[in-house]
Design a protein around this ligand. Structure first.
Ligand SMILES: [Fe+2]
Length: 495
């Protein structure tokens, strides 16, 4: 397909920076094609939905206010609801009609005087929305989760897990952030219902907080582990025995950010030419000695899966970037990335006994296409998933790399692709089929040049399109979400 740079840029701008101005409640969508009768539940997804405030635009896609979509699929029909997450900061800024908080990549308008020593940042609540133990949580890695009503999407307040997220590190720390961060990538055990997550706390030393929430929603006393140095971690891998973190060599220029001379992201430097460290912590505290291995260079946002092998090693499938992506210059997505810069799915083999990390082939290495937003089937944590799904550029086209949905068979290396051309596809969410059937994938696809977003339903096994349902408005490209079978929602309502 011949993609002109102008067309690509127009599509990109629509898909990543169109502010949502309307909130809909339980609107029935027209469905083209046939929605499989076995799909019965709700697809929740979160992403930035507001990109300006008081005439000033956010300068980074991670700064847009969290906007959650709810697609209720069942009986061949789709019903749609959307709401912004009403964080304290969102409500204050709505009332004031202007920015009142700094964001990850945007300082307050007004230069140095407006930003000097302004150390409280907006909880954007925009990265994921997850369902666990009858609670729907909007997540952002720099702060606590927000609890949402699973039917109306009304914001019910921050979730502190009965005080377990209270920040007790220091008076000043508590003043700046009364609640500890809870990352946007919790991992839920499909067998036991346990949830594992983490949060990074800056200090001396820097700490990684470790959270386990039981299937009843109760959080254990959080664990903590001092990091060898500051790092930037977005996701983790959880196996039957280990919690695994990839630690890139990252530095924040804290004085410059504190003085307001730069944004938080502007003060971040990641030495991607240097090896990452791989931190392995025992899943059950005290059952093994923590390990710190030397990994490959680069940067990793997402861990696609993690499992133990028979020899006591850990297989970690990760999406690795050769260099940190310049996400504030989004048009970079639409040009051929420099060699080695595109995100690629790779397999690491961690040997805690020999303290070694090896890179293995996933069968697609030679000219493997870009791959991001990895998703697998729900299963026990630590059980291998043969099939992984994600977004990327189709083979033979290196950009834009959110214009295809992919299915990778990790045993054979076979890669199946659904090419969306100029349109940009969001994270594919798996609806597992019954009786071992692979099921379906749901994705919100931004239609380039049409100011429209469609729900697209694909058969997971071959990525054929089963049904399409246009939303009543354009919803920008988002991040992460979850699928909740109707039976689980109904149980929660009765409890
Ligand atoms: Fe993520």
């Amino acid at each position: 397909m011949d993609l002109s740079a102008t067309d690509m840029l127009r599509g990109l701008t629509e898909a990543t920076s169109t502010t949502v101005t309307e909130e809909f409640t339980d609107v029935t969508l027209a469905v083209q094609g046939e929605l499989p009768a076995a799909i019965d539940g709700v697809y929740f997804r979160n992403g930035p939905g507001r990109f300006e405030r008081g005439g000033h635009r956010y300068r980074h896609p991670f700064d847009g206010d969290g906007h959650v979509t709810r697609l209720d699929l069942g009986g061949g029909a789709v019903r749609y609801t959307n709401r912004f997450v009403r964080t304290k900061e969102f409500v204050e800024e709505e009332r004031a009609g202007r920015m009142r908080y700094r964001s990850f990549g945007t300082n307050l308008p007004g230069g140095l005087p407006a930003n000097l020593l302004r150390l409280t940042f907006k909880n954007a609540a925009n990265t994921s929305v997850r369902w666990h133990a009858g609670r729907l949580l909007a997540l952002w890695e720099g702060g606590p989760p927000h609890r949402l009503d699973p039917v109306t999407l009304a914001t019910l307040g921050t979730e502190d897990f009965d005080g377990r997220l209270d920040n007790a590190f220091s008076l000043i720390g508590r003043w700046l952030a009364p609640l500890l961060p809870f990352s946007a990538h919790p991992h839920i055990d499909g067998e036991t219902g346990e949830l594992y997550n983490f949060g990074l706390v800056s200090g001396s030393p820097n700490q990684i907080m470790l959270y386990r929430v039981g299937p009843d929603g109760r959080m254990d006393e959080p664990g903590q582990h001092a990091l060898p140095r500051f790092s930037f971690v977005h996701d983790l891998g959880v196996t039957r025995h280990w919690l695994c973190f990839l630690l890139p060599r990252a530095d924040f220029d804290i004085p410059r950010a504190t003085l307001g001379l730069t944004t938080a992201v502007g003060s971040l430097s990641i030495a991607t030419e240097r090896p990452m460290q791989v931190l392995m912590l025992p899943r059950e505290p005290g059952t093994a000695t923590p390990r710190l291995l030397t990994g490959p260079p680069g940067f990793v946002f997402h861990v696609a899966q993690a499992f133990d092998d028979a020899a006591g090693r850990v297989v970690l499938d990760v999406v690795r970037y050769g260099s940190y992506p310049a996400l504030d210059a989004l048009e970079a997505l639409f040009h051929d990335p420099p060699e080695g810069a595109a995100p690629r799915l790779e397999r690491l083999l961690l040997d805690p006994m020999r303290q070694r990390c090896e890179r293995l082939s996933l069968g697609t290495d030679a000219d493997s296409p870009a791959f991001e937003l990895p998703v697998g089937a729900p299963a026990a944590l630590g059980a291998p998933r043969r099939i992984l799904y994600g977004v990327g550029a189709p083979p033979g086209r290196r950009a834009p790399y959110f214009s295809a949905i992919q299915r990778l068979d990790t045993e054979t290396g076979a890669l199946t692709t659904r090419d969306f051309g100029l349109d940009l596809a969001g994270e594919p969410m798996l609806v597992p089929g019954a009786g071992g059937e692979e099921g379906w994938l749901l994705s919100l696809v931004c239609r380039a040049g049409q100011g429209r977003t469609d729900l697209v339903v694909l058969r997971a096994a071959d990525l054929s399109i089963q049904a399409t349902a246009p939303l009543p408005h354009a919803v920008p490209l988002g991040f992460h979400g979850c699928w909740v079978p109707r039976a689980e929602l109904s149980l929660a309502r009765r409890a």
